[in-house]
Design a protein around this ligand. Structure first.
Ligand code: PXP
Length: 239
């Protein structure tokens, strides 16, 4: 199971002073040394953290899978087509949200998603859709021509006890359904050092995409160690 590390928060810290440090590119070196199999960055319409230069630099620098999270807009598709990340994850985007809130409503946005998938495929870029663990969204993802889905684990992460087990069941069923329909299944959002193991034990998951908990831990123990510790937890779950 691969680990994709989201480095948006490094850019968020840089933007707190509108300066040059910490540099997401430098952070990426340490994440790769710690065992990251992928690096994710979210280029938002308002460029509130990651900017166009970061994407350009990271494309030249990252030797593992580069995953660009973005909205399915013409502007973003044009940028992705120019910068050629290894994969794109289409997410819904709201200006005021603190982080991506829900999964993409694929059915509602089918026209834009299909169009984005086609253009990105023509450029050789694989496409993933960030969706809620709902059968209808998985079916719509299949119909859109996307290669993969990323199942939203936010509800699982926010619950405790029996309710969390119920949410875990929804994620498991969503992974099974995705695989059954021929989609690669990833998962992410809200995963941390205490809740990741149950997700890492789900058979059929290709990769986990994790940001906040790793960067938060990195502030205390360093990024290389924070990534290595997360990777070890995931590997333990997979065994
Ligand atoms: N996957 C997607 C699609 C996201 O938008 C985010 C947040 O940027 C993540 C995964 C990572 O979530 P977290 O920061 O809670 O680990």
């Amino acid at each position: 199971m691969i680990l994709g590390v989201n480095i948006d928060h490094v850019a968020t810290l840089r933007q707190a002073r509108m300066g040059v440090e910490p540099d997401p590119v430098m952070a990426t070196t340490l994440a790769m040394l710690g065992g990251a199999d992928g690096i994710t960055l979210h280029l938002r319409e308002d460029r509130r953290h990651v900017n166009d230069r970061d994407l350009e630099m990271l494309r030249n620098f990252v030797t593992v899978e580069l995953n660009l999270e973005m909205a399915a807009t013409d502007e973003m598709v044009r940028i992705a087509s120019k910068r050629l990340p290894d994969m794109v994850t289409l997410v819904p985007e709201k200006r005021k949200e603190l982080t991506t809130e829900g999964g993409l409503d694929v059915r509602m946005n089918m026209k834009a998603v299909k169009k984005a998938v086609k253009v990105l495929h023509d450029k050789g870029i694989r496409v993933s859709l960030f969706i809620n663990p709902e059968a209808a969204d998985i079916e719509a993802s299949r119909e859109s021509g996307a290669d993969m889905v990323e199942i939203h684990t936010g509800c699982y992460a926010n619950e405790k006890g029996a309710k969390q087990q119920k949410e875990l069941g929804r994620v498991v069923r969503a992974v099974d359904k995705s695989v059954e329909l021929g989609l690669l299944a990833n998962a992410g959002h809200g995963l941390n050092y205490t809740n990741v193991s149950a997700i890492a034990e789900i058979a059929g998951i290709r990769g986990l995409y994790i940001g906040h908990s790793i960067i938060a831990r990195a502030v205390l123990v360093g990024l290389e160690r924070a990534v290595r510790e997360m990777k070890e937890l995931i590997d333990r779950g997979t065994r």
